[in-house]
Design a protein around this ligand. Structure first.
Ligand SMILES: [Fe+2]
Length: 265
């Protein structure tokens, strides 16, 4: 299974040249799945959702998507409180179901870490609901024979030491431990706008955490980027691709193996 992992396009502030370069890359090498880990829009405005929806609808592969903290109306407090993801669901609800791909090679569960509001003052931070983790664990129990178990969420479940941008995801560490016990191999996320691959847990049996960069103008390094993840039964190659002078170029690649652990939860 060939997955293109894209995040934080932020329609309204998207990098037009980068999005065009991605579209050409997708047309030339269509993947089996396009996984989008949230922040489709900049401020959750209707016209940003229309633009994002039009882009998603022309993508040349099935799409899997979770919302990000920018996908709730930023300027309309009433909408934000009463139905924070109503616009998102109208535009993208069809892409939100956890699914099994390629006859069980990949089981991909969706986890929403973004919220319209929360008890903390900074509503942009991530938060995991235990109930949603339980739903993901049940999905992996039902699909225990899937070779690769993957979770996609917007905020990184745990922060890496080397970025100053943090998800500070409430409940993230517990969620990651629970998902690891369910045999999860990969967690895909975005939010930080900084791409990277890291691992959680013991060497050999570690969960691989994959972060995608951004295709917006809000790059925190100097360029837009996305990932291409090639999943084979025994291993996965995670290729980081950047848009440099309008062309897609490989920056680095990581080879990881699956954990092949049976779900214990
Ligand atoms: Fe975000």
């Amino acid at each position: 299974v060939d997955i293109v992992h894209v995040s934080d396009v932020h329609f309204g502030r998207q990098d037009q040249q980068a999005v065009r370069a991605l579209d050409r890359h997708l047309a030339d090498n269509p993947p089996d799945l396009i996984a989008i880990s949230g922040d489709l829009t900049q401020t959750g405005r209707r016209r940003e959702f229309f633009e994002a929806e039009a882009w998603v609808n022309q993508l040349p592969a099935p799409v899997a998507m979770v919302p990000g903290n920018h996908d709730t109306p930023a300027l309309n407090l009433v909408a934000r409180l009463l139905g924070p993801f109503r616009r998102y669901r109208t535009a993208f609800g069809v892409h939100s179901a956890s699914r099994v791909y390629a006859n069980g090679l990949v089981a991909l569960a969706h986890l929403n870490t973004a919220h319209g509001f929360q008890r903390r003052l900074d509503w942009s931070l991530g938060k995991v609901r235990r109930k949603e983790v339980a739903v993901a664990q049940a999905f992996f129990r039902d699909n225990r024979d899937a070779t690769w178990k993957i979770v996609m969420c917007h905020h990184p479940l745990v922060d890496k030491g080397d970025t100053h941008v943090r998800g500070k995801t409430d409940g993230g560490r517990d969620a990651l431990a629970a998902l690891a016990s369910s045999g999860v191999d990969l967690v895909l996320s975005g939010h930080t706008h900084v791409p990277g691959v890291s691992s959680y847990g013991e060497a050999g049996g570690a969960v691989t955490l994959v972060s995608a960069g951004t295709l917006s103008e809000r790059t925190r390094e100097d360029r837009a980027s996305f990932n291409r993840i090639v999943i084979q039964p025994g291993n996965a190659t995670i290729v980081q691709l950047a848009v440099i002078d309008g062309a897609v170029q490989e920056v680095k690649r990581d080879l990881v193996t699956g954990r092949a652990t049976a779900p214990s939860a």
